[in-house]
Design a protein around this ligand. Structure first.
Ligand code: NAP
Length: 242
């Protein structure tokens, strides 16, 4: 059985990516950190559309949890194979660098960058064995352009962009593509406190994006038709570059 693992699948962009993966015929592993109720809602959404999957709770930033939960799942489910990995789990903890506390820096780097490493390393082996895989990393405009108040988040996402390009070169000949999707402002819990009216003046299409618009791109990169696209960073930001 072919599976798609979506980290941070309980809310926001991750939920809609889970639904997209189910629509593409994948058994979906819905990872979340603590919000079981929301993760259950994601599962019921994809079941409503005829899909199937299960919840997989672990903190992507905790190496031992990734090993114990995801590693054990892979070990136990030899009949299932993670063909698509979407590294979507992410957090921000904004603040000007001059005021930034160690914890703010560490938490954001650990979740967004270390999380990518721990989860991808765990899944890579079976992709290499099957000589096929799709790895899609959700990064951010912040990691391309750098945004003031987000030195931690920009550094983490830029780190994932670098890792995307490096890993793509390591595994290209094994039939595995590695790409990144870089959203601008997307309507989710993460952007709930932002003033859309004020910010939309900066966005050429004059609105925030929808999780569906990100999930569509992820679906495309996961598709067999995208086999010659790798090491790419696809911006989904309504034209907002500067
Ligand atoms: P969100 O609505 O805040 O949802 C975050 C998701 O990540 C939740 O499912 C959460 O799980 C999960 N998560 C957080 N920390 C985790 C951890 N340590 N281990 C496992 N799961 C964890 O965020 P979003 O807006 O959908 O963002 C999704 C991704 O897109 C992130 O990587 C974010 O950086 C990126 N992004 C978002 C925007 C935007 O405008 N929204 C723009 C650019 C990039 P729980 O529910 O269990 O807490």
């Amino acid at each position: 059985m072919k599976c798609a693992l979506v980290t941070g699948g309980s809310r926001g962009i991750g939920t809609i990516i889970c639904v997209k993966m189910a629509e593409m015929g994948y058994y979906v592993l819905i990872n979340y950190k603590g919000n079981k109720a929301e993760a259950e809602i994601t599962l019921s959404k994809l079941k409503e559309r005829g899909g199937n999957g299960q919840l997989l709770r672990f903190d992507v930033s905790a190496k031992d949890q990734v090993h114990e939960v995801l590693g054990a799942w892979i070990e136990k489910n030899q009949d299932k194979w993670i063909e698509v990995l979407v590294n979507n789990a992410g957090i921000k903890e904004d603040g000007l660098m001059i005021w930034m506390k160690d914890e703010q820096w560490d938490k954001v780097i650990k979740t967004n960058l270390d999380g990518f490493f721990y989860v991808t390393r765990q899944v890579l082996n079976s992709m290499l064995a099957k000589r096929f895989g799709r790895i899609i990393n959700i990064v951010s405009l912040s990691g391309i352009k750098g945004l003031p108040g987000q030195t931690n988040y920009s550094a983490a996402k830029a780190g994932v962009i670098g890792a995307t390009k490096a890993l793509a070169q390591e595994v290209g000949r094994k039939g595995i593509t590695v790409n990144a999707v870089a959203p601008g402002f997307i309507k989710t819990d993460m952007t709930r406190d932002l003033d859309e009216k004020e910010l939309q003046a900066l966005i050429p299409v004059k609105r925030f994006g929808l999780p569906e618009e990100v999930a569509y791109a992820v679906g495309f990169l996961a598709s067999p038709e995208a086999s010659y696209i790798t090491a790419h960073v696809l911006s989904i930001n309504g034209g907002l570059y500067s």
